[in-house]
Design a protein around this ligand. Structure first.
Ligand SMILES: [Fe+2]
Length: 262
């Protein structure tokens, strides 16, 4: 994919800009173990992920907090190179499992960084026995003092995946896991077929499976989405696919037009 990603219907004429164009890194490129700097105090890393025979990538995000400590959101496989790249930026003080599905490697990170505070959604301990969980995130959670002034936690109520998105205030960057994806035009046949069938081929969208089965309280979810869209951000780092470097807020609104009634 060599052109900026174009979304499906949105409420704005703005065209979101994916990292494919801005960074020159297509989805066909093998993910490196390094970090990609997206803004001051914001980095991401990607790693292959296999699910239902699909060939996708999973993204993790590293945010720098006040005082220089780091928050690692949705960590991917912990390789020596990746660990060194993260440690070069600061002390890993927080590890964040954003939802009930993005936790496969966080246990390795928790072992490697025993002093880091681990944040997870309620229910993850049942899926991941033995995982050290220091704090549950979600609508009922008290604010995390370590995030003050830099990170806003934005839980999506009514979403079965129990996802919390994070807003990095200084850069206007939103990090999500499965709330929306941006996989572009996969070249792998089955992945392309599945993406088309699920409505997220070459567009910033959520899978139809998630749309149809992932919400147990649409009214609450609508309230949460509106709350997110009221925030000032333009960049969205998605859990699967290319980050949206500009126009991300409008792209997210477009992906959830069915829920927001637009
Ligand atoms: Fe995911």
């Amino acid at each position: 994919m060599t052109t900026p990603n174009v979304t499906g219907p949105t409420t704005s004429p703005r065209t979101p800009v994916s990292a494919t164009a801005a960074l020159g890194s297509g989805t066909a490129s093998p993910p490196s173990d390094g970090l990609i700097g997206l803004a001051d105090g914001v980095w991401m890393a990607r790693a292959p992920v296999g699910f239902l025979g699909l060939r996708l990538t999973s993204s993790m995000v590293v945010f720098r907090l006040a005082g220089g400590d780091l928050l690692v959101f949705s960590p991917v496989a912990l390789t020596p190179e990746r660990r060194a790249a993260v440690e070069a930026q600061g002390r890993v003080a927080h590890l964040y499992a954003p939802n009930l599905f993005h936790h496969l490697w966080i246990g390795d990170w928790a072992t490697a960084f025993p002093g880091a505070r681990l944040h997870a959604p309620a229910g993850l301990s049942r899926k991941h026995p033995g995982l050290r969980v220091d704090r549950l995130h979600g609508a009922d959670a008290a604010p995390e003092p370590g995030f003050a002034g830099v990170i806003d936690e934005l839980p999506i109520e009514g979403f079965r995946l129990r996802e919390t998105a994070l807003l990095h205030r200084p850069s206007g960057t939103l990090a999500v896991a499965d709330l929306v994806c941006n996989v572009g035009r996969p070249t792998h046949g089955w992945t392309a077929t599945y993406a088309r069938a699920m409505g997220f081929y070459d567009r910033i969208a959520l899978s139809r499976v998630i749309r149809w089965t992932g919400f147990d309280d649409k009214k609450a979810a609508r309230r949460s989405l509106k709350g997110i869209l009221d925030r000032p951000f333009d960049r969205v780092i998605v859990g699967h696919g290319e980050p949206v470097l500009a126009g991300g807020r409008d792209a997210l609104a477009g992906a959830y037009g069915w829920l927001l009634g637009r």
